[in-house]
Write a protein that binds this ligand. Structure first.
Ligand SMILES: [Zn+2]
Ligand SMILES: [Zn+2]
Length: 294
C-alpha cells in the first residue's frame, strides 16, 4: 500500500468505529432534550434513545437497548436520577427543566462516573469539608513531580492565538502547582503533557462535536494528552457567550494530573462549564493532595 493511502485507511477505520460520526454541532442534542421535556417512566418519545446513549457515554448505567427504542423505562429513570444526583439537581427521574438546562451546558468530554466509586456520591455534606473528587480507575498518577509540557501546532481559525493559549496554560499550571511539589516547564521537544486544539475526528476515538457540547478532554497519567475543541468560541475573557480558555485548561490539567470529575458544583473538576473559574477549590486541592500524599 502506498504511504499516501495509509492515513486515509486509518481515517476510514476510525469512522467505522466512531460511535458519533461527524456531528457538526451540539444544538441538535439540545433540541432533542427540549422535545423530551416532561418525559417520565413508561412514556415513549422520539429522542429517548439519544438521551439513553448520552447517559451511557457519561458513565451512567443503562440497559443495552437499540437507540431506536424510545421507551423511557425504569432503568432509564434510574440512570437519569443518578445524573440528577451527581449534578445536585432534584432527583425527580423526569426530564424536567433543570435537567434540560444542565444537560445543555457546555462540558468536558470525560464521563461523570468512572469505575472508582465517588466518596460521597449523593452530594455535599454540610457538616464536614466536601470530599467529592474522584480519580481514574486504578488511581493512576505521575511518578515524578517535575513535568514538561509542549503546545502542538494550532489548526486554522481557532479564536485565540497560540500565545494566548500558552499564557492560559501557564496560569493553569501555576494554579495547580501552588503549595505542592509539582513544577511544570514548557519545552518544544518530547514532553510529559502535550496540549493543543483539535477539530472533529482527531484520531483518538473521541471526536469533537463542533461548537457547544463537549469543549475539551484530557487523558489520565501518564498519557499526558490535553485536547481542546478547535471549533468553540474561545476567548481570554470568558465574556458571554465565549468560553474562557484558562478555565477549561485548568479543568483539563486536573485530569492530566489524575483527577476525575467532582460532584462539588463549585470545584474546578465539576464536569460542566458555567463561566469563568480560574481557581481550584478545597475539594480539588484535597483530591490532588490525597492522590500524591502532599
Ligand atoms: Zn473533565
Ligand atoms: Zn482528543
Amino acid at each position: 500500500m502506498s504511504l499516501a493511502l495509509k492515513p486515509l485507511l486509518l481515517f476510514l477505520v476510525l469512522c467505522a468505529l466512531n460511535p458519533f460520526p461527524s456531528v457538526e454541532c451540539a444544538i441538535p442534542f439540545i433540541r432533542t432534550l427540549q422535545n423530551l421535556r416532561g418525559i417520565r417512566r413508561g412514556q415513549n418519545a422520539d429522542g429517548v434513545g439519544i438521551l439513553r446513549s448520552h447517559l451511557k457515554n457519561l458513565g451512567y448505567q443503562v440497559n443495552d437497548k437499540s437507540s431506536s427504542d424510545n421507551n423511557f423505562d425504569a432503568n432509564d429513570e434510574s440512570a437519569l436520577k443518578q445524573y440528577q444526583a451527581f449534578h445536585g439537581l432534584h432527583t425527580s427521574g423526569v426530564v424536567d427543566d433543570q435537567t434540560i438546562e444542565t444537560m445543555s451546558l457546555p462540558r468536558c468530554g470525560l464521563p461523570d462516573i468512572t469505575a472508582t466509586p465517588n466518596p460521597n456520591p449523593n452530594g455535599l455534606s454540610s457538616s464536614s469539608p466536601p470530599q467529592n473528587y474522584t480519580y481514574f480507575p486504578g488511581n493512576p498518577k505521575w511518578s515524578k513531580f517535575t513535568l514538561t509540557y509542549r503546545v502542538t501546532r494550532m489548526p486554522s481559525s481557532v479564536s485565540v492565538s497560540q500565545n494566548d493559549f500558552k499564557q492560559a496554560l501557564r496560569n493553569a499550571f501555576n494554579t495547580w502547582g501552588q503549595n505542592n511539589s509539582f513544577t511544570f516547564t514548557e519545552t518544544t521537544g518530547q514532553s510529559d503533557i502535550v496540549a493543543g486544539f483539535h477539530r472533529g475526528l482527531h484520531f483518538d476515538f473521541y471526536p469533537f462535536d463542533g461548537r457547544g457540547g463537549v469543549l475539551a478532554h484530557a487523558f489520565a497519567p501518564d498519557d499526558g494528552r490535553m485536547h481542546m475543541d478547535a471549533d468553540e468560541n474561545w476567548s481570554t475573557t470568558g465574556s458571554s457567550p465565549t468560553i474562557d480558555v484558562e478555565t477549561v485548561c485548568l479543568h483539563e490539567l486536573g485530569h492530566n494530573l489524575g483527577l476525575g470529575h467532582s460532584n462539588d458544583p463549585n470545584a474546578i473538576m465539576a464536569p460542566t462549564y458555567s463561566g469563568v473559574r480560574r481557581n481550584t477549590r478545597q475539594d480539588d486541592r484535597e483530591g490532588l493532595n490525597n492522590l500524591y500524599g502532599f
